[in-house]
Design a protein around this ligand. Structure first.
Ligand SMILES: [Mn+2]
Length: 340
């Protein structure tokens, strides 16, 4: 995987001396956080609190219901609901840690405040092409998840024994969700070694699977049925499928925050489909999610056509173009590029 940045952060080990005395630490993650975002943020929250630091964890937007069970989730601030407390936490912090994103614009409304902050900034992330704005950190696209990197960070500091069941549950959630329950190619042996370590401590992984995947409302299940019957187009010629959801579609089943989570993956279960796209109409923009199997690089695709990025097999983008025009544009690109 080619990384053309020319930008070098101080290695994460250089942060350790800063953590020898109690510090005020601000941790945040990306807007519309997923399991890896909240998992890595809360694992760091528990670990650093245990080390004697004062930690403020801020999610840029509300966390989805399927993560509300996570240990300490109620201790995290939601920037959209608690902007004043969140910004106070940022202003008073000695250090800033950014987990599971590598461009301030992924935090949406926190972007400017982070850019203006003068404290040392630390990155722990596995997306491609970090912006050159962090002082210290780890940016490793070959890692399965930011949670795996937080686990590495704790071990590097020699604190493996501090991993308790709360930290383990947070870490497991992120690695499980970002690897598609351990099936994506990025699920290396080191992922399984980490999971073995967590299970060895008595982690109840079955409960976590149930909390995350078997906590749907009846409406969400019926919404999925509607989407697959009415809203999925399959383009056999291009080994591709598209799901497009207008705002009206999203309101039909009293859909909740998080109900579109994972929809983009369903078409990839159709034999022969290698590229799946979800186009979602939001109030202020149109959002696109891309997933692929095999050799089609959806990170480059998102970057080239939709102002986005992410990983080789999972990425996203956005546009200010209308929903209808976006669908037409997408179909045109599809016939131009012929994904294999
Ligand atoms: Mn991630």
């Amino acid at each position: 995987m080619e990384l053309v940045t020319g930008y070098v952060m101080q290695p994460i080990q250089d942060v350790f001396p800063l953590l020898r005395s109690p510090k005020k630490i601000f941790i945040t993650t990306h807007h519309k956080p997923d399991g890896d975002a909240i998992g890595s943020m809360m694992a760091l929250y528990h670990y650093l609190t245990k080390k004697g630091h004062h930690v403020t964890a801020v999610s840029p937007s509300e966390m989805p219901d399927f993560l509300a069970w996570m240990p300490g989730a109620a201790l995290a601030l939601n920037y959209e609901a608690q902007p004043t407390e969140s910004l106070e936490g940022l202003a008073s912090a000695d250090l800033i840690i950014c987990a599971d994103f590598n461009d301030f614009n992924r935090t949406k409304h926190l972007e400017q405040a982070l850019a203006d902050a003068t404290q040392p900034k630390i990155l722990i992330d596995h997306h491609l092409f970090p912006k050159p704005v962090w002082d210290y950190g780890m940016s490793i696209p070959e890692k399965s998840s930011t949670c795996e990197m937080v686990y590495d960070f704790i071990n590097l500091y020699g604190d493996n024994s501090l991993i308790d069941l709360d930290i383990a549950a947070c870490l497991y959630t992120g690695v499980m969700t970002d690897t598609g329950s351990f099936k994506f190619p990025i699920t290396t042996a080191s992922v399984h070694t980490m999971v073995a370590d967590l299970l060895g401590r008595g982690l109840d992984h079955t409960r976590i699977h149930e909390e995350v995947y078997d906590s749907w409302s009846e409406n969400r299940m019926r919404f999925l049925g509607y989407v697959l019957i009415e809203k999925m187009e399959v383009f056999r010629k291009y080994n591709s499928a598209l799901i497009s959801l207008s705002r009206k579609d999203q309101n039909l089943f009293k859909s909740q925050n998080g109900d579109t989570e994972g929809l983009v993956n369903y078409p990839l279960s159709i034999s022969g489909i290698r590229f799946a796209t979800l186009i979602t109409e939001r109030s202020d923009e149109v959002k696109l999610s891309f997933r692929s199997k095999g050799n089609f690089d959806v990170s480059a695709f998102a970057k080239n056509y939709f102002d986005g990025g992410g990983h080789f097999n999972a990425s996203g983008g956005r546009t200010k173009t209308s929903f209808i025009e976006t669908i037409a544009y997408f179909k045109k690109i599809l016939s131009d590029i012929h994904p294999q």
